[in-house]
Design a protein around this ligand. Structure first.
Ligand code: C2E
Ligand code: MG
Ligand code: MG
Length: 286
C-alpha cells in the first residue's frame, strides 16, 4: 500500500472511531458434541462512506503501526460489554470472544482496565475470552505476566490462528491459555490432506492433555464438520455454522440452528443443505 493510501485509511479510521461508525458482528462457536452455543466471537466491521468496506486485516495492522490500536481496543471492549448486557437482558447469557492485539496487552495496566470496565458495567469476567495471535514482533511469551493476570481475574485466553506463523507447541505449555483455535488453513485442507489431519489430531490431543479446549476455525462443509468430530475437536466455527451476525440476528439464529443441527451430523447431508449453503455466500444476514 502506498504511504498516501495508508494515510487515507488511518485518517478514515480515526473519523470512524470519532463518529461511532464502526460496528461489531458476532460469529458463533458451537460445541461439536451437541451443537450448543459456546461463545460469540466479536469481529469489527468498518464501512466507510468514501472508502467503502475496509477489512480488519487491512486496518488493524495499520492501527497498530500508527498508534490507534489502543483506542480501537477500548471501543471494542465497551461495545461488546454493552452488547453482553443487552443479550443478558433478553435472556441470553453467553461468552464473548474478543480479538486483541498483542500491543494492547503490552500496557501493564491493561488487565486491570479490562476488569474495571467489566465491573463498572456488571459483566462477570468469566464471560470474556481474549483471542491473541502470535506475531513476528510480538512473541506471546513476552506477555506472560499480563496473560497470567487475565487468568487470575477469570478472563479466558485463546491462542488464535494456531499452527501458522510463529506459534509453537511450547507456548501451549508455557502460557496460561484456555483454548486453542486451529487455523482455518488446516481445516480447509483436512478432507484431502493426511498431514493436516495429523496436525489437527496432534494439536487437539496436546490441548486436551494440557487442559485446554480445541476450536476449529473456518469450517465450511459438512465433511469438515464430521472430521472435526472424529478428531475430537471441542468446538467449531465457520460459515457452515453461521457467518458473522448482526447482534439482533443472534437469537433467531439460535432457534434456527437448534433445528438444523441434528441433520448436520446425521449421515444424510441433504435436507437442509440448501439452507446452509446460503450462509456460505457470505454475510448476508448483516
Ligand atoms: P480471526 O480472529 O482469526 O477471525 C476469523 C476470520 O475468518 C474473520 O475474518 C471471519 O469473518 C473469517 N471467517 C469466519 N468463518 C469463516 C469460514 O468459514 N471461512 C473463511 N474463509 N473465513 C471465515 P475477519 O472478520 O475479516 O477478521 C480477520 C482478522 O482480523 C481476525 O482473524 C482478527 O485477527 C482480526 N480482527 C477482527 N476483528 C478484530 C477486532 O475487533 N480487534 C482486533 N484487534 N482484531 C480483529
Ligand atoms: Mg479470532
Ligand atoms: Mg483465527
Amino acid at each position: 500500500m502506498s504511504p498516501q493510501a495508508e494515510l487515507e485509511l488511518i485518517n478514515g479510521l480515526q473519523r470512524a472511531l470519532d463518529s461511532q461508525r464502526l460496528r461489531m458482528v458476532y460469529q458463533p462457536k458451537v460445541s461439536v458434541r451437541d451443537g450448543g452455543l459456546r461463545q460469540l466471537e466479536a469481529l469489527v466491521r468498518w464501512e466507510d462512506p468514501e472508502l467503502g468496506p475496509v477489512k480488519p486485516s487491512q486496518f488493524v495492522p495499520l492501527a497498530e503501526e500508527h498508534g490507534l490500536i489502543h483506542e480501537l481496543t477500548q471501543w471494542g471492549l465497551r461495545t461488546i460489554l454493552k452488547q453482553w448486557l443487552e443479550w443478558r437482558d433478553q435472556g441470553l447469557d453467553t461468552c464473548i470472544a474478543f480479538n486483541i492485539s498483542a500491543l494492547s496487552v503490552q500496557h501493564l495496566d491493561f488487565p486491570d482496565l479490562v476488569e474495571r470496565m467489566c465491573r463498572a458495567l456488571g459483566v462477570p469476567t468469566d464471560r470474556l475470552v481474549l483471542e491473541l495471535t502470535e506475531g513476528a514482533t510480538q512473541p506471546l511469551v513476552k506477555l506472560i505476566d499480563a496473560l497470567t493476570r487475565f487468568r487470575i481475574k477469570g478472563i479466558g485466553l485463546a491462542i488464535d490462528d494456531f499452527g501458522t506463523g510463529y506459534s509453537s507447541l511450547m507456548q501451549l505449555r508455557q502460557l496460561p491459555f484456555t483454548e486453542v483455535k486451529i487455523d482455518q488453513a488446516f481445516v480447509a485442507d483436512v478432507p484431502n490432506s493426511r498431514d493436516s489431519r495429523l496436525i489437527i489430531q496432534a494439536v487437539t490431543d496436546l490441548a486436551h492433555g494440557l487442559g485446554l479446549t480445541a476450536t476449529a476455525e473456518g469450517v465450511e462443509t459438512l465433511d469438515q464438520l464430521r472430521i472435526m468430530r472424529e478428531l475430537g475437536c471441542d468446538y467449531v466455527q465457520g460459515y457452515l455454522i453461521s457467518a458473522p451476525l448482526q447482534p439482533d440476528a443472534v437469537k433467531p439464529w439460535i432457534q434456527k440452528f437448534r433445528r438444523a443441527w441434528p441433520a448436520m451430523i446425521a449421515d444424510e447431508k441433504l435436507a437442509l443443505f440448501g439452507d446452509v449453503e446460503a450462509n456460505t455466500l457470505g454475510e448476508w444476514q448483516i
